[in-house]
Design a protein around this ligand. Sequence first.
Ligand code: FAD
Length: 396
Amino acid sequence: MNFEFTEEQKMLRKTARQFVDEEIMPHIQKWDAEGGFDPAIWKKLADLGFMGVCIPEKYGGSGMDYNSLAILCEELERGDTAFRTAVSVHIGLNSMTLMQWATEEQKQKYLVPQAEGKKIGAFGLTEPGAGSDVAAMSTTAVRDGDHYVINGQKTWISLCDVADHFLVFAYTDKSQKHHGISAFIVERTFPGFSSKAIKGKYGIRAGNTGELFFEDMRVPAENLLGKEGEGFKIAMAALDNGRFTVAAGAVGLIMACLEESVKYCHERETFGKAIGKHQLVQRMLANMEAGYQMSRLLVYRAGELKNKGVRNTRETSLAKWQACDFANKAADDAFQIHGAYGYSDEYPVARFLRNSKAPVIYEGTREIHTIMQAEYVLGYREDKRLSHMLPEWPFE
Ligand SMILES: Cc1cc2nc3c(=O)[nH]c(=O)nc-3n(C[C@H](O)[C@H](O)[C@H](O)COP(=O)(O)OP(=O)(O)OC[C@H]3O[C@@H](n4cnc5c(N)ncnc54)[C@H](O)[C@@H]3O)c2cc1C
C-alpha cells in the first residue's frame, strides 16, 4: 500500500485545478442557466492532454495511470458535473473500452483521435424501455453483406449532439438474450443516424444529454467491437471504467460542498457567533469530511486494482455506490448550511444538489449497486478474469 501521490499526479491535480478555476468557475453559473458550455473548452482539455489522460502514448494519450484519471475527474467535478460526465463517457465508457476490446485497426482509427482530443466518444446503451434491465433493449443489428443494418433508439445519452463516435449496443440474435447483444463503433456521419437533446433536465444542465435514432443505419462489419454476442460483456466491462470515473467525480463534488460550506460557516453569524460554532452545523461538515475521506480511499483502491490489471467490478461498484450517495448527502447538507441563500443562484450549492442526483442513477442505480454488493457477500456473484482486460500500468 502506498498512499502517496507521485510528482506527476500532484502536477496533474494542480494543472486540472487551475484549469477549473480559470476556465470553468467564472462561467459555470451562466452555462448551467443557458444549458450548454463554450465548445472551445474541448480544445483546451485536449491541449492539456486530459482527453486521453490514461491512454498509452502509443495510442495518442498521456500514458498516465488509472488513478490519474480519478484525480482529473475529482477536479473537473469540483467545477461542474457536466465536465466530469463528458470525461466519463469519452474516456471511461468509450476510449477505455476500445483500449480493452478493439482490434489494432480499430484502435488506430478511433482510439488515437479520441485520445488526442480530435474526436469525441460517447456510449449508447440505455433505451426508453431498457435502463437497469439492459437485456430488455429492442435495438437490432442485422447483417447485410459487409455491413450491419441497425434500427432502434437510445435515450439519456450523454454528449448525444456533441460526440463524433458512439459505442452502440444492439441485438444480433434476440433469442440468445444477454448472449445475443453485440457492440458497434458508430460514427455520427453514418447515414440513418440522428440525435436530439432532452430539454428541461433537473441537473447537469451545462451538459448535453438526449436521444439517438438509428433508421436503417448501415455500419461496416469491421466496426463490430469484439465478437457477435459479446456486447453485454463489453458493456459491463465498460461500466467498470465508467463507474470508476463517476465515483471519483463524486469525491470532487464532496470536496466542492466542503469548500463552499466551510467558507460560508466562517462568514455567516447567528445568535452572536459564526454558524460553524454550532454543533449541528459541525455535524454536517464532519459527515462531509467522513464521506470525502472514505470515498476517495474506495476510489483509489479500485484504481490501484486497474493499475495491476486485476478485475475490479466489485470494488468499483462499492466505490461508485458509496461515493455518489455521500456526494448526494453532502450536497443536501451544503444547501442546508446556506439556509435560504442556498436556494438562490447566488451560491453554487443548489447546482451541486441538482447535479448530485444523476450519478446516483446512471451507471447503475443505488439499488442495483446495493443488490450487487449483497450478492457478492452472499456468494451469488463472483468476478472472473475476462478474455480482454485493461492493460496494466505502467503501459508497455
Ligand atoms: C444525466 C444522465 C446521463 C446519462 N447518460 C447515459 C449515457 O451516456 N449512456 C447510457 O447508455 N445511459 C445514460 N444514462 C441512462 C442511465 O444509465 C439509466 O437512467 C440508468 O441505467 C437507470 O435506468 P432507468 O432510468 O431506465 O431506470 P429503471 O431501470 O427503469 O429503474 C427505475 C427504478 O427502479 C429501480 N430498479 C430497477 N430494477 C431494480 C431491481 N432489480 N431491484 C430493485 N430496484 C430496481 C431503479 O433502481 C430505479 O430506482 C444517463 C442518465 C442520466 C440521468
